[in-house]
Design a protein around this ligand. Structure first.
Ligand code: F0G
Length: 363
């Protein structure tokens, strides 16, 4: 039986027989072909796959890192964990703390989030999993500074991606992609926020693919309004519809640049319009779902292809980092069929009219 990423890949992770494994069977997410997106790139012979990380237990890739961070926190006897979050990290931390409590460990979870900028799905998760949720007047970068200070001053384990076990756990997605494809892809397209995930994937590919020339080029994409790495300076007031990556001073900035440079990759930005266009394409033409920030990977691929930065006959994996159900507000705003917002009489003629069925009457 599949029992989560730690047991599957223990030889690559800092665990031993003494480590209490706090898992909710994260990982093992689908890698699915995206033929419509491949066609849209216009690149001959291109194969595009989506890594559906939104199908992790709490609906994002964060579970891979969190199973490691919480297991190691419990191993060392921690009673409290804390994180700053744009939403997904907090949902994941809250869930793994709940799991640990269910296994008999005492573990409180505190989360600090930017008020007004966390999608409803994520906020409700952190609450029902029993975290102590504190909203601040301020953005993610300010929240991260606060949790760093709190964990320095009080006995609280920090579980943001500056915790090395988070990065370690997140490497497992790269392992899965290689296992599934039988080799590494030529390109990995990924959204970049705090830059932990691009750092983790690159470390994972380096672990798993000994031949350096067979590793993928890492193509990271920030939102244009929150693109400090692209612009080369901290953004004080980051803004984007992809609230998950609304970050102006990424903690793993240098590591992300190293991943880019070592892999001969790139870190570029995509506008909110490009992100939302890709978001609609992923839903309406592939049948898969993701949250807005996740669509930066596909938006980035389309942009890179247009600029001639994707070779023909190659293989691309785009990481869809979070589940579409996390942010129902954006999903409803972006959908075409606005009549869903109107309530009709329960009358066949009115409904047939609303569905424009008159021209297709049965003979
Ligand atoms: N996609 C989603 C859905 C995310 O939630 C995040 C980060 C990223 C991409 C970017 O990953 O930070 O490793 O570069 N979310 C963090 C959070 C910041 O608090 O949930 P990154």
């Amino acid at each position: 039986m599949y029992q989560g990423t730690i047991l599957k890949y223990s030889q690559y992770l800092s665990v031993n027989n003494q480590t209490p494994i706090i898992s909710i069977h994260e990982g093992n997410t689908p890698l699915v072909p995206a033929p419509h997106i491949a066609k849209l790139t216009g690149v001959p012979g291109l194969k595009v796959f989506l890594k559906i990380e939104g199908l992790n237990p709490t609906g994002s890739f964060k579970d891979r890192g969190m199973t490691m961070a919480v297991s190691k926190a419990v191993e060392k006897g921690a009673k409290r964990i804390i994180c700053a979050s744009t939403g997904n990290t907090s949902a994941s931390a809250a869930a793994y703390a709940a799991r640990a409590r269910g296994l008999g460990y005492e573990l409180d979870c505190y989360v600090i989030i930017p008020a007004g900028y966390v999608a409803l799905g994520k906020l409700s998760q952190a609450m029902i999993y029993g975290a102590k949720v504190i909203q601040i007047e301020g953005n993610f970068d300010e929240a991260l500074n606060i949790v760093k200070d709190l964990s320095a001053k009080y006995p609280i384990e920090l579980v943001n991606s500056i915790n090395p076990y988070r990065i370690e756990g997140q490497k497992t997605s790269a392992y899965e992609i290689c296992d599934e494809l039988g080799e590494a892809p030529n390109y990995l397209c990924i959204p970049v926020g705090n830059a932990g995930n691009i750092t983790a994937y690159w470390a994972g590919f380096k672990d798993y693919v000994s031949n350096a020339s067979a590793r993928p080029k890492m193509y990271g994409f920030q939102a244009a309004g929150a693109a400090p790495i692209v612009k080369g300076h901290v953004i004080d007031k980051p803004e984007t519809v992809g609230t998950a990556i609304r970050i102006g001073n990424p903690a793993s900035w240098k590591q992300a640049e190293a991943a880019r440079d070592e892999s001969a990759g790139l870190i570029d930005s995509v506008t909110d319009e490009e992100m939302l266009e890709a978001y609609r394409i992923i839903h309406s033409s592939e049948g898969y779902a993701c949250e807005p920030a996740s669509a930066a990977s596909v938006a980035g691929l389309l942009k890179a292809a247009k600029q001639g930065q994707i070779m023909p006959e190659s293989t691309v994996v785009c990481v869809l980092t979070g589940n579409g159900l996390k942010d129902p507000k954006v999903a409803m705003e972006q959908s075409d069929f606005k009549s869903a917002e109107i309530v009709y009489k329960a009358d066949i003629n009115e409904i047939a009219k609303a569905l424009s069925l008159s021209s297709v009457l049965k003979a």
